[in-house]
Design a protein around this ligand. Sequence first.
Ligand code: CMC
Length: 391
Amino acid sequence: TGLITLDIGYKNTGSTISNITYLDGDKGELFYRGYPIEQLAEKSNFTEVMYLLLNGELPNKEQFNHFEREIKKQNWVSEEMRRLLEVFPRSAHPMGVLSSLTSALTAFNPKAVNIESHDDVEKASELLIARFAILCAWTYRNMNGYPLIKGNNKLNYVENFYNMMFRMPNEELEVDPVLINALDKILILHADHEQNCSASTVRMVGSARAGLFASISAGVSALWGPLHGGANQAVIEMLEQIVADGGNVQKYVDMAKSKDSSFRLMGFGHRVYRNFDPRGKIIKKVMDEVLDDLDVHDEILETALKLEEIALKDEYFIERKLYPNVDFYSGIIYRAMGIPTEMFTVLFALGRLPGWIAQWTEHRLHEDPIGRPRQVYQGAVKRDFVEMENR
Ligand code: CMC
């Protein structure tokens, strides 16, 4: 078997060769298909970024319209899927529901299981992109017991999602352009992040030649964890705890520094970005715009800003290069928009979907081998079986 290189947590192991996303953690650079994230966030929109990630190039007008049209054709879900959603208890975590429903899409779209050609991938991707937005919005509706709202093809992808989340039947929804713009930008910032935990999961599952929807469903489960996408929910829960405990931010900063405690400041630190998270800079600006637009005054948000200020000046965080990451700010924005905490990671998943699809597709097209790491065994040495009466 040869010599095994041990790299627990894959901190220094490259798992693939990729053409999708480039990031330099020291310089704080992030490019999708060569385009800097700052330019995409400023000049592009989420639908265009989805096209870019999936196809490698920015679309011309015709390609964009075609892509949008194909997604709109799939802007519905079957009655069976609706019934399936409705049997989940309201108390179910929406990420669990989303993962299950994504997997269930396989059962209702058997053609998408055997993907062979580029055309098959395209069709399955468009279907998934359309259905996923509905499922994300509907997990929220179901959680709250609200009636489900169908998609509206007069709207663009992000407006349609927002509409399905928030519109009440027989009501017009006034769409605040500042909020739509914020949501669009957040989705762009989340769209891909090279070989992170959920993307690697999607690739790993896909490497066994499992289908696209099954692989993405596994990615949703990976993203759910608080050390990954679940951090945006964990940030608000931590802030609520700080407020309930008297609002002493310093106490929690000290606890995060203490070697006697396993407590970490949620929303701080990143495996790859060791200087700053370029997405953090963009999203901080978005946060300021949203807070200004909504004119919210909320103890939780004020505590977040206090925490940011104290931690950024603290020697411990400076030395270890721990900065607020994108999840710190996205949680604050979602809260200000009135989105319940449990839905935060679902929004992250909606943004990450094109990245997962692009990663899965690249793996499949490169015909990379099945992922199968080795280990260093440290368990019991060989011993003989002992009958139960002698144990
Ligand atoms: N609070 C306090 N100390 C921290 C934190 C934190 N949030 N993050 C890292 N450290 C300390 C850690 O204790 C260690 O200290 P020492 O060198 O004295 O032992 C040092 O910083 C290095 O940490 P690490 O655990 O080796 O770093 P990692 O690359 O394994 O972990 C991380 C990265 C993001 C999991 C971690 O920083 C963390 O748990 N952060 C909080 C959760 C979070 O915000 N996650 C979202 C990540 S960004 C988006 C995403 O991936 O979805």
